[in-house]
Design a protein around this ligand. Sequence first.
Ligand SMILES: [Zn+2]
Length: 245
Amino acid sequence: MQLENLSYVEVEEYLKRKDIILVPIGSVEQHSPYGLIGTDFIAAEAVARVVGEDMEIVVAPTLCYGVSPHHMAFKGTVAFTPATMIAVISDIVCSLISHGFKRILFINGHGGNINPVQTAFEQLKVDNTPGVFDIISWYAFDKVRKMCRDIFAGNEGHHATPGEISITKYLRPAEFAGKAINEQKVENPKYYWPLSAAEMKDVFPDGRMESAPWLATGNYGKQIVEIAAAELKKKIKTMLNLTIL
Ligand SMILES: [Zn+2]
């Protein structure tokens, strides 16, 4: 059930039965010479929509852009600053709360979003905004991490991972037809975090972070979406049992 396809009358009916909504959130950033720039929002949206269908929960339109200033040395990246993200999340939550949604769950595909989104939640609570707000990263479930470790061994890495690229290859296989596969050594440099855009380019010159994205397959992607969706459903069931003050 996607919010963008409902009328306001249908939202009114939904809110008589349920108060939960999922909001996929990702990034528009480089994912190595092989991966799609939309990888993070495509993957988060896919997991959220599977769960939305299965549990009859409304899924809001995806917030595609994320906090990616460290990727700006690579063409095509479009980045929010942390301050922008805090403001955007706050406006989204306040809009949804005003209509009667009470459980607002951001389904995340990009690590750089987590701190600013949580900061927005903290400020909303300082301002006495009612409701349960959470950000859940599909890739961070223990079972998903284990699956990716088992499949890709030491080649999963931290960015442009074969796990996330597999999901996009499952969903949009035709887009990989022209992508060059330049198999390279999976480096393991010493670095600190966070990095500026120039520092990022210096440490990770082709945009990968200790990963081998060329190992991605659509079949693995299908399995990863299924495990992530199953874990997310468990988490949501717990959220649905919370009593909201
Ligand atoms: Zn990513």
